[in-house]
Design a protein around this ligand. Structure first.
Ligand SMILES: [Zn+2]
Length: 249
């Protein structure tokens, strides 16, 4: 089962990472006992409620606010190596080999990508929106794992979490023109459907990741209202889910 409950929260998990006892990897759903679990300080968010939700999330995920590394996501291709907790400027990807340091990726439609090398013991989280994907941030993350941590691409396992499916992701011709035609299918009014999950998967394979070491969630967060927020579905009122990856102490 892809879902696990902890402290009244429901998390989505990858099968590909289940075999590693030393690793924690999960993605939040909105399911919470009293209100939807929004983890982002978005325009319409209640600040106190988000603070409370983050505490619930940290507890259920077996960590605390002082052991978290969060990137300020700006739809860039910036991947940062981190060795300590904190908020990191202009970072859509975070990599660490530090134990007990939980890396966070925030998303609501964008792809949360998780990477783990169980030999060198290095993990990474990446926020892949269309801009970061166009700029191949997934390839940048793998490159850094190879160059800075000595990873062999054959040892890296990857998970692409619940995120928007092509059939729900209509983009303008201006955006579509920035992607290879094979990832596009025609929609109405000159628009196109863009398959971001496939773009990211292809970039990972180009970087040397073995196809069998890539798990792609078939969940579309826009369709699954019961479990996920969606920016495309809810607009500015949409909350945010958090993904977490940690090498346990
Ligand atoms: Zn959908």
């Amino acid at each position: 089962m892809p879902y696990r409950s902890a402290d009244n929260l429901r998390f989505w998990e990858f099968e590909i990472f289940q075999q590693y006892e030393e690793l924690t990897c999960l993605f939040s759903t909105i399911q919470n006992s009293d209100s939807k679990l929004n983890l982002g300080f978005t325009k319409f968010a209640d600040v106190d409620e988000v603070r409370k939700n983050r505490e619930l999330f940290f507890n259920a995920a077996g960590t605390s606010a002082d052991k978290i590394a969060v990137g300020k996501q700006i739809h860039s291709r910036n991947v940062r190596q981190v060795n300590e907790p904190g908020l990191f400027d202009e970072s859509d990807g975070l990599i660490t080999s530090k134990k007990d340091l939980s890396l966070i990726v925030s998303a609501a439609d964008c792809l949360p990508l998780f990477l783990y090398d169980s030999v060198e013991k290095v993990c990474a989280v990446v926020h892949c929106g269309w801009r970061g994907t166009r700029d191949a941030i997934a390839e940048e993350a793998v490159r850094l794992m190879l160059e800075s941590y000595g990873s062999d691409p054959g040892n890296i396992k990857c998970g692409i979490g619940p995120s928007i499916e092509a059939s729900c992701y209509e983009v303008s011709s201006e955006v579509a023109d920035q992607f290879d035609r094979r990832f596009l299918t025609p929609s109405k009014n000159d628009k196109m459907h863009l398959n971001l999950k496939d773009v990211v998967r292809t970039q990972l394979e180009k970087s040397g990741i073995l196809p069998e070491n890539i798990e792609v969630s078939d969940i579309c967060n826009k369709c699954d209202e019961e479990n996920y927020f969606s920016y495309r579905r809810e607009g500015d009122k949409s909350g945010r889910m958090w993904g977490l990856m940690r090498i346990n102490p």
